[in-house]
Design a protein around this ligand. Sequence first.
Ligand SMILES: [Zn+2]
Length: 169
Amino acid sequence: MSVRFVIDSLDFVSNESQRHGKIHVADLARLHSYLFDDDGEVTYAVTGMLNNSSKPVLRIAINGTINLCCQRCLGKLEHVLNMQTDLLLAKNENELQSYDEDDEIDCILASVDMNVISVIEDEIILNLSISSRHPKDKCSTESLNSGNQTVNALSDHPFAALAALKKTH
Ligand SMILES: [Zn+2]
């Protein structure tokens, strides 16, 4: 049975609500195609607040370890999640579009029945580097020697990976 945690997002912010909990990796179905196995769990904390510009945001913190599949040797690749993101809540499609033009801002459409687990899952997927591999000396196959620098740069900078993903839509 998959988990559900539904909030009225703007209400959550105006009440300055906070929720935290644990999700079994096995319950994050959309993540499975990236995984070596579905062992483990991630902890999350979601806080409703106004940002410095008095705009409503959901601050989402995610911690845990997931086992990715190395894209080179297909072996187990432990990936530590230690993320905090502020998601700006857009009140309508127009607002969403205007925020989307700014690469610095992560924005989602506010909703009265937002499934927070699904939002957390999206954030984890966006945080994964596009191509995940062991470092050369830890990988169990011969290294392919070209193109790795770009990948390493992306995995060192989750926001760069996020920006790269966004540009593909
Ligand atoms: Zn490998």
